[in-house]
Design a protein around this ligand. Structure first.
Ligand SMILES: [Zn+2]
Ligand SMILES: [Zn+2]
Length: 418
């Protein structure tokens, strides 16, 4: 029986890992400059947390969540996104008592039971960041500035930043009513889900992937026309800051992000390069969610970057080890092999990457191996060299060879690199 990965789950192979590591380490470096701290939360939570945090009525919760009962009968779910988990931890550990504004990021796998198809896996990865405790709009601008700078550090180009305001519960009420009225005229064109959503949360129709639904909302009323004074002020200040920071953006009144907890600022960055699945980050403000989850009434804003997408866009980067070892040891004969094996470990301890072949091979075969590994230097030690106390050090780039005393060979090689 030959095993294969579960459908919808993918391996990230050694030659791909370099690009992943670069994206993640750049995120850590840049987010650190903005005062973000990393938090690591479990991949499993009580299913109820997501139902509450994301909304029972969303596709994510009703159709796409990996939910199961554990042996004691508790309903648990593999996290479909990170925000609910991060907030659960923030509330559970009373992080708001430590410092009033918490900036947190987390990197890791998420799980959704979607039909595996182009570009969609059941396990996928996100880089998430949240600023909790500040109502904005400085935090909103800072978060957007940070993510745009992160993308530019990865070399991503031709990005389009869409922003919008979803208003607050006060100004969204009249908008929702108006939208509902508008959608009634298109009822027959809506998919069954949207026909139901029209009653429960008409804003979600904007998120629907069905073409006819997409068409139906084309001329729908837009939220910016309904914003109350405070929401207008918030949004205008955000746009002023973004201009001051030289960030190009498009106000997209149909960028609605239908998750229940979003308020005011919402944003998305798109690229032309990836076709239909073209958003590489989505985010926004969710001022009511922490209270909804049983915490204090603290505002927050966050984003989720699709790691697969930015990895695909950021070009290949060498994986550790792909650059080839600093030194390849090529011993000939038992005594040299035994000595080289000890040197090998000591050289690594000394900070040099090195390799040697454990099967006894002739010099030619060992040189071929060193070549294949892209080793920069080869130390050849045979019986003659042991007797003389001098090995042969060959530079694989310049092809030059020279003798190297063997009595302090490890120190000698470490010194040579410096
Ligand atoms: Zn408002
Ligand atoms: Zn629909």
């Amino acid at each position: 029986m030959q095993y294969k990965a579960v459908r919808g789950f993918k391996d990230i192979l050694p030659h791909q890992v370099g690009t992943w590591n670069r994206a993640e380490s750049e995120a850590k470096r840049i987010f650190g400059l903005f005062g973000f701290q990393e938090i690591r939360v479990p991949v499993i939570e009580k299913a109820e947390l997501f139902a509450r945090g994301i909304g029972q009525d969303t596709d994510i919760v009703s159709k796409e969540m990996y939910t199961f009962q554990d042996r004691k009968g508790t309903y648990v779910a593999m996290r479909p996104e990170a925000t609910a988990s991060v907030l659960r931890a923030y509330i559970e550990h009373k992080l708001y008592e430590v410092y009033p504004v918490q900036k947190l990021f987390t990197i890791g796998p998420m799980f959704r039971y979607e039909r595996p198809q182009k570009g969609r896996s059941r396990q996928f990865h996100q880089i998430n960041a949240e600023i909790i405790g500040d109502p904005g709009p400085k935090s909103d601008s800072e978060l957007i500035f940070m993510v745009m700078w992160f993308f530019s550090c990865l070399g991503l180009r031709d990005l389009i930043l869409n922003i919008n305001s979803l208003g607050c519960p006060r100004c969204r009420g009249p908008f929702r009513a108006e939208l509902k009225d508008y959608l009634k005229g298109y009822f027959a064109h809506l998919c069954p889900d949207c026909q139901r959503r029209m009653e429960t949360n008409p804003l979600r129709v904007f998120d629907c992937k069905v073409e006819t639904c997409h068409e139906a909302v084309k001329d729908a009323p837009s939220m910016p026309d309904f914003l109350c004074d405070n929401c207008t002020d918030h949004f205008e200040t955000l746009t002023l800051y973004l201009k001051g920071l030289d960030i190009d953006f498009v106000v997209n009144p149909h960028l609605m992000r239908g998750l229940d907890y979003y308020t005011r600022t919402t944003f998305e960055v798109q690229t032309q390069e990836l076709g239909a699945q073209n958003a590489i980050v989505g985010g926004g403000r969710y001022d009511g969610l922490i209270k909804e989850l049983g915490g204090p009434d603290n505002p927050a804003i966050g984003f989720a970057i699709g790691t697969e997408r930015i990895v695909e866009l950021s070009g290949e980067h060498p994986t550790q080890g792909e650059k080839g070892p600093d030194i390849f040891l090529a011993p000939l004969g038992k005594e040299a092999e035994d000595k080289s094996f000890i040197w090998l470990q000591e050289l690594r301890k000394g900070g040099l990457s090195c390799e040697m072949e454990y099967r006894s091979l002739g010099l030619k075969a060992q040189m071929r191996r060193a070549d294949r590994l892209k080793a920069r230097k080869v130390l050849i030690v045979g019986e003659d060299e042991l007797t003389k106390g001098k090995g042969i050090l060959r530079d694989m780039v310049s092809k030059e060879q020279r003798e190297l005393p063997l009595d302090h060979v490890v120190d000698e090689l470490i010194r040579l690199r410096e």
